[in-house]
Design a protein. Structure first.
Length: 74
């Protein structure tokens, strides 16, 4: 059982890393002028779904950090 649990932990860490990389790629594509149609196509979803999920993704080229930044409430 311990081996199976370690495998779950390993896979979860890999998924987290891949999700972060994908967020960074989307953020960079947006910064480079990609459209939501293009991003949705690359992700295999509609432009609306891509926008809904990634519209708040930001990244720092300096630190490599990726985060979701919603606007401050009025």
């Amino acid at each position: 059982m311990a081996t199976a649990l370690r495998r779950i932990e390993t896979l979860t860490a890999r998924l987290d890393s891949l999700n972060t990389e994908r967020d960074m790629a989307v953020s960079r594509a947006l910064a480079a002028g990609a459209t939501w149609v293009q991003i949705g196509s690359a992700l295999g979803c509609t432009p609306q779904a891509a926008h809904k999920r990634y519209r708040w993704v930001r990244h720092s080229e300096r630190t490599g950090a990726v985060w979701h930044e919603r606007p401050m409430p009025l």
